[in-house]
Each structure stands twice: as C-alpha cells, then as structure tokens.
Design a protein around this ligand. Structure first.
Ligand SMILES: [Zn+2]
Length: 147
C-alpha cells in the first residue's frame, strides 16, 4: 500500500466485483458517460507490471479481464471491446476494458485520442447485473472455482 498511489488509496470507481486479489470497478465521470460500461480491473497489491506477478496471478488477472469483457458484451452489446494496460500515469497494475461503438466519441481511435464527434447517450449496465455476469463468466472459464 502506497499512500501516494491513487489506486492504493481509492477504489477507482464503483466496485462491481472483487475477490482477495483484484477488483473490477465501473468507471465514473465523463469516461463512464461516453463509454457506458467501461470497467477497470485493478490488481490489489501495488505492482507496476504484469511480469511482477507469478504465473498463477497473471492467469487469474487475465481470467477476470476476459470475464469482464464477456460480461460487457452480454450486457452492453458493443461493436468492439478494447483491452489496454498502460499505467503511465498511475503505475499500479490495472486493465481497461472499454466497450466501443462505431459512433462513440473517438472511434476508431483509442478513447484517449482527440474526439471525432459528440458521444451518443447509451444506458450504463447496472452494477448488480455486471457483478452477476462477471461472476458467471469466471465460473464458466474456471469451472466454478472462482465464482
Ligand atoms: Zn498502488
């Protein structure tokens, strides 16, 4: 835990699913409004890189990322899902799971690109629906051991 680190100090959004090693948060604010359902999967411990994790933890984190992707596809039906791990500004391991639509604010650029148009309003999946869908996807992927 590092007090100077935003993701050590704060949840980083509304927590929709978590276990003993990581959490999935629903991104709030402008990014959440423009990309409804945008989630971040955040590792609990303060490590900067995927290769700081042992093989088991890497697999677990990616299983949660893929489960979050599957949940978003089921609940939000985006045209595409973007997965990204940058951590340049907050070097605490986290993955962005971003639903994309052909008419969203920056498509086909990255969401951090200059806006191409106004965002089209869409409904954000309910946190409880996300929690259930993520838990179900993890259970399917891991044979029920992590649900
Ligand atoms: Zn941290």
């Amino acid at each position: 835990m590092r007090m100077e680190c935003l993701l050590c100090r704060e949840s980083g959004g509304e927590v929709v699913w978590q276990d003993e090693s990581c959490r999935v948060v629903l991104v709030e604010g402008r990014d959440g409004d423009d990309y409804p359902g945008y989630c971040r999967v955040i590792w609990g411990a303060h490590v900067p890189e995927m290769s700081d994790l042992d093989l088991h933890d890497r697999r677990h984190l990616m299983a949660v990322v893929f489960a979050t992707e599957a949940a978003l596809r089921a609940l939000a039906a985006p045209n595409k899902v973007n997965l990204a791990s940058l951590g340049n500004q907050v070097p605490h391991l986290h993955w962005h799971v971003i639903p994309r639509w052909r008419d969203d604010r920056t498509f086909p650029g990255a969401i951090w690109a200059a806006p191409a148009r106004e965002a089209v309003p869409r409904r954000t999946p309910a946190p409880e629906d996300l929690r259930r869908a993520i838990a179900r996807a993890i259970a399917e992927e891991q044979g029920g051991t992590l649900a």
